[in-house]
Design a protein around this ligand. Sequence first.
Ligand SMILES: [Zn+2]
Length: 395
Amino acid sequence: MEKLKDIISSYYNSYLKEVKRIVQKIHDTPELSEEETLACKIQVELLEKWQFAVEKKYKGLDTAFNATFGEGRPNICVMSEYDALPGIGHGCGHNLIAGVALGTGIVLKELISKNHLKGSVTVMGTPAEEKRGCKIDLIQAGALTDVDIVLMAHPSDHPTSQSMESAGIMQFLIEFKGQSAHSAAAPEKGLNALDAVRLMFNGVDAWRHQLPETCRINGVIKDGGKAPNIIPDYALADFYLRSFDMDFLLSMKERFENIAKGAALMTGTTVTIEEIKHPYKPGKPNNELNKAFMTLAKNYGMEPEWMEPSRASSDFGDVTYEVPAIHAFFNITGEKKDVVIHSKEFTQCAISSFALEQMGKTVKILSEIGYIYLTQKNFEKKVQDAFPFAKTKKE
Ligand SMILES: [Zn+2]
């Protein structure tokens, strides 16, 4: 038998052009979260062409899909993301995540069908990572019930690395309502909603000193009044709370809400607290999948580095609570050391020939991990043993 590495490369090379065309098209036609109609359509078309059974509008989400090839378990799921950022297009490089998912999915399909392997491969299209976090809707609807492991890789401005731990996040909109009045002629008639927001920030800052180092709270004022001669009767703030510990994150909510209520009480205003979208769980990656990725990344000529936990958040965190999962990172900025993710410069990097080369290597690494999982019982066992959470399956 030829070497696995050569087999994987030859499969990948045989449809490389098709994957690159899709990566380019998604890049050139950026679509915002939950509007990814074209990106969804062209991925589905390619997967259907490669004999995947595709469910469109998966679990009731218009731009989600689920494409499967093979029979039964183990079922290796590769996740795709394809939403862009407002104003800067693919500044997070999700077009390349789609490329990795399609590439890996099709290589694994070829490995399964040509070697008559037991098991299946799934390419799951997961919309709106940047905004609402549709992976959580998909999980709640049972999308991972028949999945054994999840593989994904994200482009990065850092070195190629393992799946880092990431922070969980909760997001709130805080709205204060008061009474407008002339701020010079009749201040005693007013109730100042902006003051409530200012006091809320002070309360949060005082709380911050007593929080563990692993927490973060960041807020902005979205509306703080209209003119200095009108006492603001309306003010709006937006806050993100983060922690690596899900239980602690949930416990932060009560104190945070009390600070908002306290600010309202001090100013005579009323407050409405709205939790926007789902909380994201912290990312708890699988160490065995991580070790395999790092070893293979070296074998494929990348220069991987183990990275410290990231304080950013992703809806992939919830995936890591369901099944053993990896959200690896592959560098696409190369010599351009100043380029940071979520910038126009990163958008340009996300379609460079270097990025496409790195994407190709990542496809081969994830394909090899999938193949090893399908064929080596001891690897399957090690990966499952390293999974810390009981499955919360919905049958
Ligand atoms: Zn991203």
